[in-house]
Design a protein around this ligand. Sequence first.
Ligand SMILES: [Zn+2]
Length: 350
Amino acid sequence: MRLTRREALGLIGLGAAAAVFPKGAIIRTVLKGYTPEELAGGATLFHEHMSLAADFMPRWMQFARETRAANAVRSGQPAAPPGYFMRDVGLMADEMSAAKTDGIACIVDGGHPDMGRDIDFLRQISRRSGLPIVAGAGFYAQPFYPKEISTWSEQQILDALLKQVDAEPAGAFGEIGSWDEITADERKVFRAVGRAHVQTNLPIFTHTGIPGKSAMEQLDLLESVGVDPRHVAIGHLGNLVDPEVKVQKAICKRGAFVGFDRQGGPGDAQQVPMAMALLEAGYADNLMFSADLSNVAQTRYGGGPGYAKALTVFVPKLKAAGAGEQVLHGIMVDNPRRFLAFVPKKPRSA
Ligand SMILES: [Zn+2]
């Protein structure tokens, strides 16, 4: 029997074993720990934002403009900053309810204290909507670090990270970033985060500067301190446009996840063929999709497709390109649960 390309892609996921989780593994949300099986009823979005400081995006845009100018890269200006929608409990609870209706079972917030993330806000919108939310922890990227970080030793950063995840119920370290080419401070933070993972088992997801800058070095740094790549997602690699997906494949080959995590928008057209190339290369188990939603225009309230857009907008485009239902189910439902599930090393004291 000779399979068409479409049929062959549809079968890629069939041979894969159903997700198996280590004994005692949980997915830690802001309200409670779930067994991974409890969240199998829908997709999990591994990198979104529901709680950022009101001045976070304006600062982000400012730093991005400066970085672009410094790199002499010509690019259109991003949309206007979002204002305060991430401080409105009612609005955001409605957004979470809509995502749940769209098929989302769990959603990860990629913020942490240096981005103005408010864990009580996440608790409130999770409680009101009934959508489980995983909170991140860590330090974001050079322009956002607390001033002291350059004077802190790796050990002091590690201590600060452990304090964060003891004080607040974080379910992951993320997003952990290098803003442009990775800096000395960022290398120090990556090593400290890797060591914090080794002490806690919390998974790690990252932010790379456009286009996927320092992606391999991020993984090198984490592995250098003993992190198993299966607990790492290298993020924003849809931005690294390459029909041969060389860097993405290299990361998959080492066992880490590749994040195509700004999906459900204009970038999709370039990223569908890249995602298909990774599926054809046999890396369906290493892909995760999300949207990194951070702008009010993308919300339902703002007239956009809403938080579920990686599932409702991007996934249908892959289906149209020939990806099988089962493969896509694996990517949206199983991969993020395998990524997030961890066996806590010790109970949290807070
Ligand atoms: Zn993000």
